[in-house]
Design a protein around this ligand. Structure first.
Ligand code: URP
Ligand code: ZN
Ligand code: ZN
Length: 457
């Protein structure tokens, strides 16, 4: 055997048990008590948890946005991912007008093949159907293992938005192909009207970012997306859910048996809209914005109850000087925050403090995203799966600071957050990439994850 992780507590989506884990050729070869196996390398995980690596199914690396490009390129973003226990990232490349899906994906693959420190996949953001060509090309993309696509129902001025007609066409086509449509739900017209009015009144601080896109602005679009999906009997995945009213609509549709998936992010679980009143409020500007206490509580309740399917980061950091462009005009603040290295530690800290179970964290950060997005080799410590493994020390204290992160950004909204428990090692297909505070991987080790579609409708 290449690797034997001994004496740890293996956590799965459905339970935890003491076991050794043996790894051969990047795969989990055996899981069991007191394995008598010779291995090239043995790691003693006594007193520690042995978890499947997290899948961060929502990142924006090197993304042109808000008049600049997000601060983490593929190397920095995936290096940070590895150091936070994320072993697969799903990036969201955005189609330029006229661009094909495979043209877009292949241009990103070329970079990731050289730079990626963890495995990777893509949800393609479709902004234009190219006169219908994209609907045809979706079949080829699915055959190539790209089985999910994204629609922005917002960012109209940025020319990234799709209208309802396009959303409906994509939902129907994805349903035919066993693929999924992911949706960013906010109402752009309401946002524009409100933002223009605030600016005209001289209300320019980050607080007005929140007030220009409050709860009901997100809820309208959540409900519209769920409306189309349920009536067309098509699956839909709502990204970065942040508001109670929209969440309740999703839960209602789910309980009626519709295939509605809900993702939320750590920032909506940790912060409320009050952060926008702070002096550094612009650093927290992302869309949708953090909401009020009621929404935050609703997210936690749904998460604990198993009614939120995934937690992912929406990692899209910008440098301080870029955030400062919006000091006197909140509409000029590039939207997005850092989180890729904080996802798993944050969620596991919540489990460590008894807020939810470790099994639930494994579900929403690893097993569910792997299942929903067709990664058959990921998401569990099980024989035959990729040996994407995190060893977690429940007793290690850690305070998040920009200085102990492994990204390229110069500030983090998580600065000063104290965590009890922290990952000590991360393995990607059996390769050690993170060891006690240090990145020890090799850029280029990451592989494209060819995903399998659901059964065709
Ligand atoms: O503010 C955010 N979320 N920026 C990234 C793009 C998006 O909307 O997901
Ligand atoms: Zn979004
Ligand atoms: Zn996003």
């Amino acid at each position: 055997m290449d690797l034997l992780i001994k004496n740890g507590t293996v956590v799965t989506a459905s339970g935890s048990f003491e076991a050794d884990v043996a790894v051969q050729d990047g795969k989990i070869a055996a899981v069991g008590k007191n394995l008598c196996i010779d291995a090239e390398k043995t790691v003693d995980a006594r007193g520690k948890l042995v978890l499947p690596g997290a899948l961060d199914v929502h990142t924006h690396l090197a993304m042109p946005f808000g008049g600049t490009v997000s601060a983490d390129n593929y190397l920095a973003g995936t290096r940070a991912a590895a150091c936070g226990g994320v072993t697969t990232v799903f990036d969201y490349p955005v189609q330029h007008t006229g661009e094909t899906i495979l043209g877009l994906v292949n241009s990103k693959k070329t970079i990731l093949e050289k730079e990626s420190c963890v495995d990777y996949a893509f949800h393609c953001c479709i902004t234009d159907l190219n006169g219908g060509e994209i609907l045809n090309e979706m079949e080829t993309a699915v055959d190539e293992g790209i089985t999910s696509f994204k629609c922005f129902l917002v960012y109209k001025k940025e020319k990234m938005m799709v209208d309802d007609g396009t959303l409906v066409k994509l939902l129907l086509r994805a349903k035919e192909l066993g693929a999924k449509i992911n949706v960013h739900a906010e109402n752009p017209d309401l946002i524009d009207i409100r933002a223009e009015q605030f600016l005209a009144e001289g209300k320019t601080s980050a607080w007005y970012h929140y007030l220009s896109r409050p709860e009901f602005v997100e809820a309208e679009a959540d409900k519209r997306a769920v409306h189309w999906a349920t009536h067309l009997d098509a699956p839909i995945y709502i990204v970065h859910m942040a508001d109670k009213e929209g969440l309740e609509e999703c839960i209602k549709a789910k309980t009626e048996g519709h295939e509605i998936y809900v993702e939320t992010c750590p920032q909506y679980l940790e912060f409320t809209c009050d952060v926008y009143k702070r002096e550094d409020g612009r650093n927290f500007v992302c869309s949708p914005p953090m909401k009020g206490k009621e929404s935050q509580e609703a997210l936690w309740t749904a998460l604990k109850a198993g009614l939120i399917d995934t937690v992912a980061t929406d990692h899209c950091p910008f440098q301080s000087y870029e955030k400062d462009w919006g000091k006197d005009d909140f509409t000029k603040i590039p939207n997005g925050c850092a989180g890729i290295e904080n996802l798993y530690p944050y969620m596991l800290d919540a489990a460590n403090s008894g807020k939810l179970t470790f099994e639930r964290v494994v579900q929403v950060c690893s097993t569910n995203p792997a299942k929903i997005f067709g990664c058959k080799d990921k998401g569990a410590i099980e024989v035959g799966k990729d040996a994407d493994i995190v060893i977690y020390d429940k007793d290690k204290d850690f305070t998040i600071s920009v200085n102990n992160m492994h990204s390229d950004y110069d500030h983090t909204i998580w600065e000063g957050k104290k965590l009890h428990g922290y990952p000590v090692q991360t393995y990607v297909r059996g390769n050690l990439v993170y060891d006690n505070g240090d990145f020890v991987g090799t850029p280029g080790i990451g592989k494209f994850v060819k995903r399998i579609p659901d059964k065709k409708a």
